[in-house]
Design a protein around this ligand. Structure first.
Ligand code: ADP
Ligand code: MG
Length: 606
């Protein structure tokens, strides 16, 4: 008895597949432009008529195809770009699925002319609805030309679904922008119904952006440049004052491929936290390069979504490099301290052993001599700029903050004298006040402490090095069954942080807790964590580690109303400014403000 299952004929399968690849004329533009780029073209011309509905033509001067390939390129899964599944992880081409041309040929009238450099003659093929109409030898220039006419001629439903010419044209221009921005060295020409839309010479990135988005763009751009071991970030972000009400002009490329990543978009936006008005969107043109084996592009037919191996690190790198650049260009809250290059990779690689801090002490140090042979650590540099100090002061400070050795030449009285200059005050059990070179620094103690704890916890989680203290008697804490379930979901991370416990049906038995957490705090910390987990909006929580570090920083931080000794105040100031992002709490609230002397002076003008 014969069954009811049949294999679909190729042209039907192609039509179905085409639905995924080709949604509108702009999709054809994207695929053809990308093929031209993969063919190593140095000049690409795009012509459209009626917003691509009647004609899309792409002419390139790339490698072209020989007679066999010219025929084969329209087959499904016909690609010259990968051979083995492993090749997917070392991609340096835009295409690899081998389905674009098959899809386009299934739903349009296609004409292709192609010639390789080394051959006399080229090939001219006409194909309509997957059927080869003609194939001829022809005299042609080097390169390839595709003409795609009457898109969706055989799928009226699709054709009727197309939007007005204005809207379809906007989509085409957007695809064109993405491709042209990713390849500034390639010459692009773009005509719409014989009008020239773009004529882009080969240029550098900044010029390409300016050529596409008008000369005024130039003054908006803040350069980003960051090299780390796992990724490099290049490009530009817009100054906050040029932000827009919509999300146009946000371009994010990974290995020169335009990518949509809500997660990394969030990283970029969060770098603007505090300097952007509500509801405004910054412009950005960012290019990340990562080793191809650390990404997986193979998760969407239009290839605009990818998976990253190191997503969290990329998040941190992006965010901190943008913050840094905005700060350097005096855009972020003005605060002038030199960034230590060692901080470039935010939370060190997992499994890397943390080094103990080394102490450099110059035993011949003489504070009364201007010339000191002591090498400046970054910390010293920081203090030098931050506080009104001379070189000697800075040295004293660095010794002080290393807590250990008191050099022979420094007398106690001198030490105290120096110390008084950096005195901190606590006001209203809420703020810590200190003087800096340019004026006054006011720190919100709770937010600052949250930032410090948050970074500590994250580091512990990443490095797996949180010390745990054993409890003399296990602590039994009761929870609801659904809470027990939540706890078991995050058990590993809690273990890493130093919480050692056994899970039972309605209670947990805690035998170890993180060093620095009081036994009496454990219940509150876990309850807060459970509360946070329960109210987490699905999809918004970025990741579990970050989430737990945030929650714990909230429950363990010194609160407003907490009295701080002078030592504690100083500790907070020092630790805050050794953080990677001292300016903001983990919840994106400012941790400190500065009041400049001239602002103060203005208030005393009368
Ligand atoms: P993919 O780009 O995923 O390989 P396509 O269907 O877009 O699949 O193209 C199929 C093949 O046709 C490509 O792998 C390439 O070898 C060839 N090809 C397509 N366009 C061009 C072009 N403009 N110049 C040279 N070769 C091309
Ligand atoms: Mg392709």
């Amino acid at each position: 008895m014969s069954g009811i299952i049949q294999l679909l004929p190729d042209h039907v399968a192609n039509q179905i597949a085409a639905g995924e690849v080709v949604q509108r004329p702009a999709s054809v533009v994207k695929e053809l432009l990308e093929n031209s780029i993969d063919a190593k073209s140095t000049e690409i011309k795009l012509v459209v008529k009626d917003a691509g509905k009647t004609l899309i033509q792409v002419i390139d001067n790339g490698t072209g195809m020989n007679i066999t390939d010219a025929r084969l390129c329209f087959d499904r899964h016909a690609t010259s770009k990968i051979r083995h599944a492993e090749d997917l992880f070392s991609l340096d081409t835009k295409g690899f699925r081998g389905e674009a041309l098959a899809s386009i040929a299934a739903i349009a009238h296609v004409e292709m002319k192609t010639k390789q450099d080394q051959t006399e003659l080229g090939t001219h093929i006409v194909i309509e609805g997957s059927k080869i109409i003609s194939q001829e030898v022809a005299v042609l220039p080097k390169g390839t030309s595709f003409i795609v006419k009457n898109l969706f001629f055989n799928i009226p439903a699709r054709r009727n679904f197309l939007k007005s010419d204005t809207i379809e044209m906007r989509h085409i221009i957007e695809e064109f922008h993405r491709v042209a921005l990713a390849h500034p060295k390639i010459i692009f020409k773009f005509y719409n119904n014989t009008n020239e839309v773009f004529n882009l010479p080969s240029s550098n990135l900044r010029q390409r952006i300016v050529n596409i988005f008008s000369g005024k763009t130039n003054e908006k751009l803040v350069p980003i440049n960051e090299e780390t071991e796992i990724a490099s970030v290049e490009g530009f972000v817009g100054k906050p004052e040029f932000s827009k009400k919509n999300r146009s002009e946000q371009y994010f490329f990974v290995n020169n491929r335009f990518i949509k990543s809500p997660y990394l978009h969030h990283a970029i936006i969060s770098a603007y936290e505090g300097i952007l008005k509500e509801g405004l969107q910054p412009v950005y043109y960012l290019y990340i390069s990562v080793p191809p084996h650390t990404i997986d592009i193979n998760i969407h037919p239009t290839k605009t979504e990818i998976k990253f191996e190191n997503e969290q690190l990329l998040y941190a790198i992006l965010r901190s490099s943008i913050k840094h650049s905005l700060g350097q260009f005096n855009i972020a809250p003005a605060f002038d301290f030199d960034r230590d290059a060692n901080l470039d990779i935010p939370y060190h690689y997992k499994d890397k052993v943390a080094k103990n801090p080394t102490i450099e002490v110059d035993r011949n140090f003489n504070p009364f001599l201007e010339q000191s042979s002591k090498k400046h650590t970054s910390e010293v540099k920081f203090f030098e700029q931050m506080y009104q100090t001379s070189k000697k002061d800075a040295d004293v400070l660095s010794l002080k903050s290393n807590f250990v050795v008191e050099p022979e030449n420094i007398t106690n009285s001198l030490f105290e004298e120096q110390q008084r200059e950096y005195k901190t005050f606590q006001i209203h059990k809420k703020y810590i006040i200190s003087t800096i070179k340019s004026g006054v620094l006011i720190i919100n103690q709770q937010r600052a402490h949250q930032r410090i704890l948050y970074e500590q916890f994250l580091t512990h989680i990443t490095l797996h090095n949180a010390p745990s203290q054993q409890l003399l008697f296990p602590l039994n804490l009761n929870f609801l069954p659904e809470e027990i379930m939540l706890i078991s979901e995050i058990e590993t991370t809690l273990n890493i942080l130093g919480f050692i416990f056994e899970i039972n049906s309605d209670y947990i038995s805690v035998s170890g807790i993180p060093v620095g957490v009081a036994e009496s705090d454990v219940q509150a910390v876990l309850c807060q964590l459970l509360d946070d987990l329960k109210t987490e909006v699905p999809g918004v929580g970025l990741n579990q580690n970050d989430f737990i570090a945030k929650s714990m920083s909230k429950s363990l931080s010194i609160k407003t109303g907490g009295y701080l000794t002078e030592n504690e105040q100083e500790n907070i100031v020092n630790s805050l400014f050794s953080c990677k992002e001292p300016g903001f709490s983990p919840f994106q609230k400012s941790t400190f403000i500065t009041i400049r002397l001239d602002e103060l002076d203005k208030k005393f003008i009368l």
